[in-house]
Design a protein around this ligand. Sequence first.
Ligand code: F6P
Length: 357
Amino acid sequence: MLRIGMLTSGGDCQALNAAMRGVVKGLEHCGQDLEFYGFFDGYKGLIYSDYRLLTPRDFSGILTKGGTILGTSRQPFKLMRVPDENGLDKVEAMKQTYYKLNLNCLVILGGNGTQKTANLLREEGLNIIHLPKTIDNDIWGTDITFGFQSALNIATDTIDYIHTTAASHNRVFIVEIMGHKVGWLPLHAGIAGGADIVLIPEIPYDIDKVIEAIDKRTQQGKGFTILAVAEGAISREDAELSKKERKDKAKKNKYPSVSYEVAALVEERTGREVRVTVPGHMQRGGSPCPYDRVLCTRLGASAAKAILEGDFGYMIGMVNGETKRVPLQDVAGKLKVVDPKCQLIQEAKQIGICFGD
Ligand code: F6P
C-alpha cells in the first residue's frame, strides 16, 4: 500500500490540477494499492488535519480545470516556527498529521515560500516531493515553472487588446503585469505583445529615458506607445534606498501601484493622455495552456517515478528539456531573477525595446 499526501500552497495558477493528475496517473498502474490524502487550503490542511481521502477518480477530468481542487492559502514560511493563536506548534502538528496517516510521502505543489516550508519538513524527516508552481517563473533550479506559460498567454492577449484601442486613440498605455519581484512574465509578455517599453525590477528605470523613448516615437509619427510594466518595477532612485527607506516611502505613496506613478509622470512631462490597464489576477485564471498541460504531465509522471523508487527530498524541475530531481536543500530560498545582461534582453534592445536604462 502506498499512502500519498498532496497539497497546493501559495497563490494558485492554471495548471495545479494538471500536475496532481500527472502524479496520480503516473502511479495508477504500479500494481500497488494506492491511497491519496488531499489536504485542504495548503499547509493549513496539514497543520489542522483537514483532509479527505481521494481516489484516482477525483483526479480524472481535471487536466483542463484551472485553480486547485484542494484549495490553497498563503502560510508564510517565516511564521511556520511561530505558534498559532492557540499556541499550537505548526511544524509539530504537520508531522503528527503525516505520521497519523502513515504517509509514505507528501507531494507539495507551490512556489518559493512553499518550497522553503517543504524543505523544512524534509529537514524534519518527512519524505517530500516538490513540484514548482508559479506564474512568476522565479524558482531556482528549474528552467520553467508551471503556470508561467498560461499566464504569459493572458498577459500577451491583454497587450494585444490594448494595442488596437491605443492605436485608435493615439494614447500612451501602460499594462501592468504580475511577476512579484522578478521580471520574467512582463519581459516575455512585453516582447510577445510588441510593447515599446518594458520595465522590470532587475533593470531599475530612469524616468527620463522612458520619456525620451515616448518622445522619439511621437517624433517618428507613431501616435501611440505601449509600456509593459512589471508590478515590481522600480525607479533608479528607489533602487538606491534601503529596504526600510523604501517601505517608509511606499506608505506615503498616493498611487495604487508603480504603473500609476509612471503614468502620472509621463502625463505631466509629455502632456500625453495616458491610461493604465491592470489585468491582475486574471493572469492566474482560466484553464492551463497546452504547454503547461504537457509540462505538468511530465513533471507529475516524473514525480510518480521518484515515489515508486522511494527517492525523496527533491523538487522535480525541468532542465534543458528533461525532467530532473533537484535536491531541495540546493534550491530552497533561492530566487531565479532575469539577468539584465542576458541574450534575451540584448536581443530585445536590438529591436528597439526600451528598458528605461
Ligand atoms: O506569485 C504569484 C503572484 O500572482 C504574483 O505574481 C503576485 O505578486 C502575487 O502572487 C499576488 O498575490 P495574491 O494572490 O496573494 O494577491
